[in-house]
Write a protein that binds this ligand. Structure first.
Ligand code: OAD
Length: 246
């Protein structure tokens, strides 16, 4: 594995434009469970995949919010991991864009300046009837007490997370960034969810994958580090930023 770390560091040290694609696995060490990993919420059956389905939400918003309020509470108090901080630090050495499937907002907390949140975020809510939007904070008490935040028009409020059945955000921008990058890192994602899974096909440079367990669609020419994201961050940091803390 040392050899792989050194190779990844060599690639990064010759990179001008980096695209980092992150998934839930980058945030598990911050206390947020992933979906399909060993302890993932789909793997363990904590919730079924249709919890993020738009039609299921319309049918029964309370069912979502019973789960969603705890999930959001966990995300709100989560702090950046060593890998989030390492990605931020890479901005010193190269143009760095983060495309994340995560809705936890941790890349922004770490200070990353160019972040595309493909799946939106929980920080705002939109009424499914009239389209009015609200800050999550302003509705938090209602969510905690009733599992059913309501708009002033009486419509159900949905978090501005991209549910299955909705278009993802800034997709064209993400594809363009992938096409322009000379290195791409995929970190903590099974890459099974469309359309984030299409991103590598828009990219022609060197690929580094950091993930515990299999990742869909990666090829044998990709440099695959099947290790904890934070370990990769710490080891890469020792080479790229010697003597500095991450
Ligand atoms: P997944 O749960 O599908 O994949 C996370 C991957 O990270 C798994 O392969 C884990 O083994 C790996 N992993 C977990 N902890 C890790 C660690 N500490 N270091 C390295 N790898 C680790 O999550 P995503 O690919 O992000 O969509 O899932 C994509 C989308 O599916 C999510 O954005 C979500 C879900 O439905 C929506 O909410 C709309």
């Amino acid at each position: 594995m040392e050899n792989h770390i050194q190779k990844a560091a060599d690639i990064l040290s010759h990179t001008e434009r980096l695209l980092v694609l992150t998934g839930a696995g980058i945030s598990t060490s911050a206390g947020i469970p992933d979906f399909r990993g060993d302890k993932g919420i789909y793997t363990l059956g904590t919730v079924s995949e249709d919890i993020f389905d738009l039609r299921a939400f319309r049918d029964d918003p309370k069912r979502f919010w019973e789960f969603g309020k705890k999930f959001i509470f966990t995300m709100e108090k989560a702090a950046p991991t060593p890998m989030h901080r390492f990605i931020k630090k890479l901005e010193i050495r190269m143009e760095t864009t983060v495309v994340t499937q995560n809705i936890d907002g941790i890349h922004e907390k770490a200070g990353s300046t160019d972040v595309i949140e493909l799946h939106g975020s929980f920080s705002s809510l939109t009424c499914l009837s009239c389209g009015k939007t609200y800050a999550y904070k302003g509705k938090q008490d209602q969510i905690m007490e009733t599992n059913s935040p309501i708009c002033e028009c009486g419509g159900a409020l949905k978090p501005d997370i991209v549910f299955f059945g909705e278009p993802v955000q800034d997709l064209k921008k993400a594809f363009k960034k992938a096409a322009d990058a000379d290195t791409m890192m995929i970190i903590g994602s099974s890459l099974t969810v469309y359309p984030a899974s299409l991103l590598p096909s828009y990219f022609k440079g060197k690929m580094i994958v950091v993930n515990k367990g299999p990742v869909s669609g990666i090829t044998i020419t990709d440099l695959f580090l099947d290790i904890e994201a934070d370990r990769a961050a710490i080891e890469l940091s020792k080479i790229l930023f010697p003597g500095e803390e991450i």
